[in-house]
Design a protein around this ligand. Structure first.
Ligand code: NAD
Length: 313
């Protein structure tokens, strides 16, 4: 049995689909803060997915959900980087302490394998681009990035002290159907509110890598089977980037709306803690014989089409 924390969320629910398609039984632990029942409802009545509604901050609940687990896929976290500009303890609680509870519950139940959803946010404003896994010192500039880096350190120290295997995956921006946050989701909601005007935070020159959720979870599962280190560390991305300006244009193109004025608020970043340019070096991932099916712009266009269907315009 596999445990997916945050399995009712955007990426988590895609991972559940992927594990089930491999013939594995999955237990989902989620507090449904941003997760949704409907992302898993196609598994209802199949016996493949068991849902535990619990909070990772409740250590006893996590310990009991850990019983009989082979591998933990730890994805639950606050996904909203911007929130840290207003509330300063969310990432500490939902990121760092939540990861501590997962590891402590694993130790208690002798569970030895953990795959973790980390982020390119740990690199902060890196001076080397594309940024390899060996880049350092890593100095995050968001509270979210700090919580991911702290979680990576806890996972590695747990393996060093109590034994076990870990797969730490530093994700690029992940996009796809069931997205509930992020730039594409925001743009579609803005156009729904005002079909004549699309406000873009920053100057639109922010540039990042975008990977489809399907490719992301395929890479996570692939690395568990193929990475050889006790604690492996991989960037997960596509190797290319796309600008926010281009994303705005694609959203407008796919919306079918005429006369949309795209307006930029100015400045080099969307908000304090936003890294304006990220580019992940993914050669290490590619050396394991993994290739993404979609490059950044394809993943974005596909996501725009799917989210317009889900959200409506
Ligand atoms: P999401 O919000 O859809 O998923 C998070 C899930 O965790 C949700 O289902 C939520 O209900 C659950 N959750 C949150 N706090 C919890 C708690 N205390 N106890 C139990 N469940 C809790 O976000 P996502 O985009 O699918 O992100 C999944 C993971 O990937 C996160 O760890 C996120 O930081 C990481 N990540 C995402 C991206 C991205 O672009 N989406 C990029 C880098 C890393």
């Amino acid at each position: 049995m596999e445990l997916v924390t945050g399995g009712a969320g955007f990426i988590g629910s895609h991972l559940v689909d992927s594990l089930v398609s491999k013939g594995l039984k999955v237990r989902v632990l989620d507090n449904f803060s941003s997760g949704r029942q409907e992302f898993l409802e196609h598994h209802d009545g199949t016996n493949n997915v068991e849902i535990v509604i619990a909070d990772l901050l409740d250590l006893d609940a996590v310990k009991s959900a850990m019983k009989g687990i082979e591998t933990v896929h730890h994805l639950a976290a606050n996904p909203d980087i911007r929130l840290g500009t207003e509330i300063t303890n969310t990432d500490l609680q939902q990121g760092t302490i939540a990861t501590y509870n997962v590891l402590e519950a694993m130790r208690h139940n002798n569970v030895k394998r953990i795959s973790f959803a980390s982020s390119s946010a740990i690199y902060g404003e890196a001076s080397v681009m594309p940024t390899p896994e060996t880049y350092g010192p890593v100095l995050p500039i968001s509270l979210y990035g700090a919580s991911k880096l702290a979680s990576e350190a806890l996972i590695s120290s747990w393996c060093g002290t109590f034994g076990g295997e870990a797969w730490i995956n530093r994700f690029a921006n992940i996009v796809g159907p069931r997205g509930t946050h992020g730039v594409i989701f925001d743009f579609i909601h803005k156009l729904k509110k005002d079909p004549n005007r699309l406000e873009v935070l920053g100057n639109g020159l922010q540039e990042k890598s975008y990977m489809s959720a399907e490719d992301c979870v395929r890479a996570m599962v692939h690395l568990i089977d193929n990475a050889e280190e006790k604690v492996s560390l991989y960037n997960l991305g596509t190797g290319d980037t796309c600008s926010v300006r281009r994303i705005a244009e694609i959203v407008v193109e796919e919306s079918g709306l005429d006369n949309v004025s795209i307006e930029y608020t100015g400045g080099d970043r969307g908000w304090a803690g936003d890294v304006p340019k990220t580019s992940l070096d993914v050669e290490y991932l590619f050396s394991t014989n993994f290739k993404p099916k979609m490059q950044s712009e394809d993943a974005i266009r596909y996501t725009v089409k799917e989210l317009i269907k889900e959200i409506g315009l």
